[in-house]
Write a protein that binds this ligand. Structure first.
Ligand code: NAI
Length: 298
């Protein structure tokens, strides 16, 4: 099998139109790919289409995209009512909840709809691509395509081949990433791949540091940005990613490494998740948000 990622009539199905799905849809339509948006939550795909159209319009206002290119990209955003509308797509990218059972069940539903040569990619942050594909009729067509938030600005993507992934899938995802202006980096199918494995040294250690009372979270952010040169502090990053995504990622990496102590998640994120302090998306995480402005809550 093969997929010509450069074909001008490429159609991509995007399942899960939250933070990541929107970003992926934006870079895809900007690169001339038609995108069909599908979400399990009624109204969510339409909301996502409007949000992506708004982002493209902003780029046009700033002169980063011509008016014609903006109109053409926006016209390539299509709404799907259900997975059944993905029958014509050449490639599907899923960006739904980070839960292995839910992703596995989505794979089965997708396989019942799409063509036998359709590539299926998962944007999972931490789960095993091999396990996500395990129940598939054709697991060889499933690969990892792990973008970073915010997708249009973070111009790198991890391309992951699982145990059963066929070579053409990795090659096609690599080519598709380049077409969308992103630099692909190949990674082995291991817990957290590259970034979320190495990132434990940043996020998990910073949480330990705060848990041990070495510094408060805002001080840790300030010093890690100012002295260590990171663009965002670990707590700013947790607020951007949102704890309903990052805490399960931390748990999943810990479990997949057989409770390796250095990956142990923090009770701090578990209790803040339970309290609904997810981050920017709920208006309060470690910081409180007034639009884009972050303040330290009293
Ligand atoms: P999100 O919560 O913003 O969006 C998830 C969307 O999926 C929601 O619109 C929800 O209604 C929909 N959904 C949930 N279950 C569904 C199902 N069974 N079928 C169809 N739609 C369904 O989540 P976000 O942040 O976009 O994350 C999505 C995926 O991307 C996760 O696997 C996450 O680990 C991964 N990821 C997240 C990053 C981040 O910084 N937020 C970074 C890189 C990867």
């Amino acid at each position: 099998m093969s997929l010509d990622a450069a074909r001008s009539d490429l159609i991509l199905g995007l399942v899960g139109t939250g933070t990541m799905g929107r970003g992926i849809a934006q870079i895809a339509v900007a690169a001339g790919v038609t995108v069909i948006l599908v979400d399990a939550l009624p109204g969510a795909a339409a909301k996502a289409r409007d949000a992506v159209a708004g982002m493209l319009a902003k780029l046009a206002e700033k002169g980063k995209l011509s008016a014609e290119a903006c109109a053409a990209a926006t016209s390539r955003l299509k709404l799907g009512e259900s997975l059944a509308d993905l029958a014509p797509v050449h490639v599907v990218v899923e960006a739904i909840v980070e839960d292995i059972a839910v992703k596995q069940s989505l794979m089965k539903e997708l396989e019942a709809v799409v063509a036998a040569d359709c590539l299926i990619a998962t944007n999972t942050s931490s789960l095993s691509v091999t396990s996500i594909a395990a129940g598939c009729r054709l697991p060889g067509r499933v690969g990892g395509f792990h973008f970073f938030n915010p997708v249009p600005l973070m111009k790198v993507v991890e391309v992951i081949g699982g145990v059963m992934t066929e070579g053409w899938v990795v090659e096609a995802l690599t080519a598709l990433a380049r077409r969308m202006g992103h630099a692909p980096v190949k990674a082995k199918d291991t817990p957290g791949f590259i970034v979320n494995h190495a990132g434990r040294g940043y996020g998990t250690e910073a949480l330990k540091l705060v848990g041990e009372g070495v510094a408060d979270f805002a001080a840790a952010d300030r010093i890690l940005k100012g002295a260590a040169g990171f663009r965002m502090g670990p707590f700013e990053l947790l607020d951007l990613t949102a704890l309903d995504v990052s805490h399960p990622v931390m748990e999943s990496i810990y479990d997949q490494y057989y409770q390796e102590p250095r990956f142990r998640p923090s009770p701090i994120t578990r209790s803040r998740l339970a309290a609904g302090l997810l981050g920017r998306k709920t208006g309060r995480g470690f910081y409180a948000y007034d639009g884009d402005k972050a303040v330290v809550p009293p």
